[in-house]
Design a protein around this ligand. Structure first.
Ligand code: PSV
Ligand code: MN
Length: 385
């Protein structure tokens, strides 16, 4: 694609930020509180709106329920709209109640399963009230010891809960089913991989799709292969972007493995899926770095990987591939990856009426100082709160 066409596409790019990334977070060892952190879901929306204001490509924010519970969700959606952003995917949290010690929708106790399904159904209502079109499901379900529960029965329970939920969704809503190979369970996880997720999605219907969280695979997994396969099946629902060195580190996307992110975006661009139904969302925790600039950096990293993927010379690549020119084909890809796209993105931003450097614009805006001064009293929101 030539530079002008690439710039047009980049202007239209959409990346969703997660409400929970603006709150305090940490590891199981310690949560380090930061000053200026939101105390309400409304303040999280303010931060998300700031990220959109400076980048122009982050117009929606995902909610996590009950972390983002408010009395009036329609009012929250209006508040967001007034600040230029929309409510994105609704993520039900069915992993933090004591009842869920042995799982949620796969729990051996039918009463607990019913409670979990009720929470999922409530999130459909919340989605309807906020104008969200995506119900994004992740289950912490699994077991720690061989024989602890029946793997097969748990699959049946999962299928039943998903069916009830899917059937309750309005016709314009999509269900995203996220997988994760381990954690918090260590022996088996009920939705450990894309195959398990896809199997359930295929049984449910067209509006059930797989969500790929880039931190949820064993080290060395070829994630772009999974992306290509799911795109071929028209079942790639979206991403939770983040990066990792070891397990589910939830670091800024593109920080640990920018080349991996480029390879994923190359499959997206090659399949013409950048502007379709795939939801490009971030799922990160900023434990030691300031949160709003971390989100800016993350959005910019996705933009850079996308710009490089758009610059791949498609025809030259195809020709080299067809001719069996191994090094030629690889070279076409690497030429695009090696391009410094920062000037191109700076000019895209200027054309959009934005500061060419969102991080510098943030520094100049005084927003960081303002939220520290204003957000005093009350309780900072955090992971698990
Ligand atoms: C689980 O690790 C996950 O990736 C899910 O998407 C959760 O909703 C999110 O992290 C926040 O805990
Ligand atoms: Mn995730």
């Amino acid at each position: 694609m030539n530079v002008d066409e690439a710039k047009k596409v980049l202007r239209r790019q959409r990346i969703e930020t997660p409400s929970w990334a603006y709150g305090n977070s940490g590891t199981r060892f310690k949560v380090f509180a930061q000053p200026g952190v939101p105390r309400t879901p409304y303040e999280k929306i303010d931060d998300a709106a700031m990220v959109h204001e400076l980048t122009g490509v982050a117009p929606s924010v995902a909610l996590h329920i009950p972390w983002d519970r408010v009395d009036d969700f329609a009012a929250l959606a209006t508040y967001a709209k007034d600040r230029g952003v929309a409510v994105g995917a609704i993520n039900p949290n069915v992993f933090q109640d004591d009842d869920y010690k042995l799982g949620s929708v796969c729990n051996p106790d039918p009463g607990v399963r019913r409670k979990a399904v009720e929470q999922l159904l409530e999130c459909i209502e919340i989605a309807e009230r906020t104008g969200s079109k995506q119900l994004s499901l992740w289950f912490a379900d699994g077991t720690n010891y061989a024989g602890q529960d029946s793997i097969r029965d748990r699959q049946d329970r999962l299928a039943e809960a998903l069916r009830t939920t899917y059937d309750a969704m309005p016709a314009d809503m999509t269900m995203l089913l996220e997988y994760k190979f381990f954690e918090p369970a260590f022996y088996h996880t009920d939705v450990p991989d894309w195959g398990t997720s896809l199997t359930h999605c295929l049984a449910l219907g067209e509006r059930a799709k797989v969500l790929v969280d880039t931190g949820h695979h064993a080290p060395g997994t070829n994630i772009e292969m999974i992306v290509a396969l799911l795109l071929r099946q028209e079942r790639l629902g979206g991403f939770h972007f983040n990066s990792r060195y070891y397990a589910d580190d939830d670091l800024m996307v593109g920080a640990a493995d920018p080349f991996g992110l480029f390879r994923i975006m190359h499959e997206i661009v090659a399949a013409d899926a950048l502007e379709g139904d795939v939801a490009f969302m971030l799922d990160q925790c900023h434990n030691v770095e300031p949160k709003v600039p971390a989100m800016l950096r993350s959005v910019m990293n996705v933009q850079e990987a996308t710009a490089k993927a758009l610059l791949v010379e498609k025809d030259a690549l195809r020709t080299a591939q067809r001719e069996g020119d191994v090094l030629g084909a690889h070279g076409v890809l690497m030429d695009a990856y090696a391009t410094d796209v920062r000037p191109l993105l700076a000019s895209v931003r200027e054309e959009m009426g934005l500061h060419p450097d969102p991080i510098a614009a943030y520094r100049e805006s005084g927003y960081a100082e303002r939220i520290v001064a204003e957000r005093v009293g009350g309780e900072a929101m955090g992971w698990g709160a």
